[in-house]
Design a protein around this ligand. Structure first.
Ligand code: NDP
Ligand code: 2IT
Length: 451
């Protein structure tokens, strides 16, 4: 039995339906960091893994709110404060009917290592609710956010825990959450990031994750001696905050983005997608992508029912670079096979853990450059930290300054990940590089801070 297998065995109790995603994330981390554990026994001596995989605390609360028909609705709310060895707990809030404690534990574990990779003073956390924002009125969103914050405010603060957005939580929701926090505490402080710009948000926070994923890919392709992205066909999945801004930056640098998707279907437009229309449909009207073909009838809409068995229509489209930016496990082994067959050169994870372990193995075996989420999508949380910094010093940074710092951060992460992989004998494996580099910094801090 290898050291990694022995370590994984210790956590068998998480191998259950409720913790399936958490177990998947944890297993990858443990496999990746085996060379580090082997090279220095202090990590085992100080029981770092055992201490890291259990959150500092999980807060679960009831959220009761009144819908527009004055009917009482009840949801569950959570905040998983995972690890604050490097700084205040930091990570997004997800509002989606699939949210459970297990989902938030997976996202929280990823967040610890991602935040560590940014080199910024932020710990890891995640939270959210099984509340489904789809089809809710603006007032209902506001009432839910107020009710959620009634409980959450007790546990957060600019030096304690700083939530932000994730699936189902954008500027509108952060605005309502911030308003309620301010009302309860009478304090105007940077306890949430992703705020709209005119009351404390940072320029470029909405763009940061998508743009950052593109900056990361540019650096990775250069380091791996591959052709740059300009003029290349790219595919993107998702049609939310991350996907739309990845598309925006890709188009900016001259790439041709031919796809996007939502929970109901995929758009394929061989001439390049119409981003202004996508923003209108998804951000303004909050409608289905089906609307796209009403304007562009040359575009093709592929509903989920017509996806390949075990796969997704987006990854069937030939491309040079692929950007999964929707949700977890949306790029399977079937999809990886299709990408490889079609000559795809790089895959960048804009979403959190969008690729299944089998898919990653296959892509890496076929020498497809693979940028893992915790490195490639760290631009969002990095700019969140820039927002914390601006709030704390009561200043505003220019767009150019944020963009420059974001670019620098993504390039630094990419180089560090590649270098770490090389140092630990797994050159070219960005998954192992990211996990080792992210873990090492948190682990060293935990050791230095005592038990
Ligand atoms: P949004 O809510 O803005 O968008 C999510 C998009 O993904 C929507 O188009 C949604 O479709 C689609 N989607 C959600 N669930 C599914 C599903 N089960 N199957 C297919 N499509 C789905 O979220 P974000 O763009 O913010 O987040 C996307 C991913 O990026 C998530 O994994 C998130 O954790 C990650 N991430 C986000 C960051 C951020 O700054 N926001 C930072 C780093 C990572 P529909 O419109 O139909 O619901
Ligand atoms: O997954 C993520 O990094 C986010 N949802 C953003 C977290 C943040 O605090 O900005």
């Amino acid at each position: 039995m290898t050291l990694a297998e022995k370590e994984i065995k210790k956590f068998e109790n998480h191998n259950c339906a409720e913790d399936a995603l958490f177990y998947q994330a944890m297993e990858e981390v443990i496999y990746s960091i085996a060379p580090l554990l082997e090279s220095d026994e202090k990590y085992t001596k100080y029981a770092i893994l055992e201490r890291l995989v259990i959150p500092d605390r999980i807060i679960k609360f009831k959220v009761t709110w009144l819908d527009d028909n004055n009917k009482i609705q009840v949801n569950s709310g959570y905040r998983v404060q995972f690890n604050n060895a490097l700084g205040p707990y930091k990570g997004g809030l997800r509002f989606h009917p699939t949210v459970t404690e297990g989902v938030l534990k997976f996202l929280g574990l990823e967040q610890i290592l991602k935040n560590s990779l940014t080199g910024l003073p932020i710990g890891g956390a995640k939270g959210g609710s099984d509340f489904d924002p789809k089809g809710k009125s603006d007032f209902e969103i506001m009432k839910f956010c107020s009710a959620f914050m009634t409980e959450l405010h007790k546990y957060i603060g600019p030096r304690i825990d700083v939530p932000a957005g994730d699936i189902g939580v954008g500027g509108r929701e952060i605005g309502y959450l911030f308003g309620e926090y301010k009302k309860i505490t009478s304090s105007y402080e940077g306890t949430l990031t992703g705020k709209p710009y005119f009351f404390g948000g940072s320029l470029m926070r909405p763009e940061a994750t998508g743009y950052g994923a593109v900056y990361f890919t540019q650096t990775m392709l250069e380091m791996e001696n591959k052709e740059p992205l300009d003029g290349q066909i790219c595919t993107v999945s998702g049609a939310g905050n991350v996907a739309l801004h990845a598309i925006e930056k890709l188009q900016d640098i001259g790439a041709v983005v031919v796809s996007c998707s939502d929970s109901r279907g995929t758009i394929y437009d061989a001439r390049g997608v119409d981003l202004a229309l996508l923003k209108d449909i998804k951000l303004k009207r909050r409608a289905s992508l089906e609307e796209y073909c009403k304007v562009h009838n040359e575009g093709k809409y592929i509903p989920v029912a017509e996806y390949p068995e075990g796969g997704h229509a987006v990854w069937d489209i030939p491309c040079y670079a692929a950007f999964p930016c929707a949700t977890q496990n949306e790029l399977t082994e079937v999809d990886a096979k299709a990408l490889i067959t079609n000559g795809c050169v790089s895959v960048t994870e804009g979403a959190n853990m969008p690729s299944t372990p089998d898919a990653i193995d296959l892509l890496q075996t076929h020498k497809v450059c693979f940028a893992p989420a915790k490195a490639a999508n760290a631009g969002g949380v990095a700019v969140s930290e820039f927002e914390m910094s601006q709030n704390a010093s009561m200043t505003k940074w220019s767009y150019a300054k944020v963009d420059e710092k974001l670019k620098e951060t993504m390039q630094m992460i990419c180089k560090r990940v590649a270098l770490t992989a090389k140092d630990y004998g797994v050159e070219g494996n960005y998954v192992h590089g990211a996990n080792i580099a992210g873990f090492k910094k948190v682990a060293d801090a935990m050791i230095a801070e005592g038990i």
